[in-house]
Design a binder for this molecule. Sequence first.
Ligand code: LLP
Length: 434
Amino acid sequence: LSASQLNAAGHLMIGGCDSLDLAQQYGTPLVVYDVSQIRHQIRAFKRVFEANQVNYEVSYASKAFAAIAMYQVADQEGAHVDVVSGGEMYTALKAGFPLSHASFHGNNKSYDELVMAVKNNIGVIVVDNFYEIKLLNQVLTELDARVKVMLRITPGISAHTNKYIQTGQVDSKFGFDLESGQADRALEAVLASPRMTMIGLHAHIGSQIFELTGFEGVANKLVEVANHWQQRYDYQAQVINVGGGFGIRYTKDDQPLRPEEFVDAIIKAIKAAVASTALEMPAIWIEPGRSIVGPAGYNLYTVGSRKDLPGYRPFVTIDGGMGDNIRPALYQAEYETVLARDPQAPLAEHVRLAGKYCESGDILSQDQALPKTKPGDVLAMLDTGAYGYAMASNYNRNPRPAVVFAENGHSQLVIERESYEDLVHLDRPYTEAK
Ligand code: LLP
């Protein structure tokens, strides 16, 4: 947090809005995005490419936070998006986002999803497996259509991150393996298909990665494959897509490079690797999710009950929890939380920030230093913008929070708070079968 994020009253400001006013106006738990931070990050990525004079696309991985408003912002900033489901595609379409600027990912795309993608002029389908090649050929024949494809490669690189968010190791459910020749056979199948236009290759090694080596490794590996394909099949890749995964700072113990520094290193690695081949320099695509929306997001909560036990760290309970942010329970993820009315108030105690869900694991923070708090105080958890609301659930039949976009002192509701009526909307009474 910088001093510029405090107003005259000393309150935390988000997108030029007083966080206490936002909590008051929209209620808590509340997810707030500082939209200019989202724009800033997209532009920062673009600048790296422009400075290096390479053709590129910045493709926002919309799984990190998908909403009509978010697809609109991505489009306004000239970003592409990556979508992984019919639901994300549908949301993008509702936002008026041109699907021709979208890449469709997934390791089990359904027939219906492929039809939807092709009918709506999807930019590229990132083909993951042999079953998909067959299914896609069938869909293209039925629709008498063509589509651009990329092949997803498993680069055999293990990133040092939580095992649930690693994806690049050989033993992964995603993509075509290199060693066993799967990737070559996939290329042969795609080149043989009259309806698929092969534009390049893709890999994604995982998420919340702090080390350059993993990205340099994937860059080198993809160029190596592209080179092999040129020599063996006379196929020149137009695009090398290195995926996302650029780590962000969640706590003061995190010391990552800035996301754009990772991208700079990737560009240099690809340029250097290409220089030692006969390849023409391909376009470089990246798919950042977390680094675009993570730091821009804040979760506002209201403090309620408290439990003190001699010899134990106190529990301070807020009005949200694992239903709006599963990451601490699922990945032992850590966050920083501040008192919204005075983020720089002297710290008085270390507490456990507990959620309201009926589960002992529903602790958003195991050790958070805070000023003394009382019921009704608003807390702001920082950097919650990625995979927070996106993975929200209705566990315990708690309604999901509202989402607000704040920018230049204006705030706007972009996802309404769920109502109790919403919760039962799909329920149907059961009539006993006699
Ligand atoms: N591209 C592909 C193919 C991906 O699978 C992902 C993330 C991304 C790009 C974006 O990665 P990012 O830049 O956001 O790290 N739920 C987990 C993260 C799962 C990431 C899944 N794939 C979490 O909360 O940490």
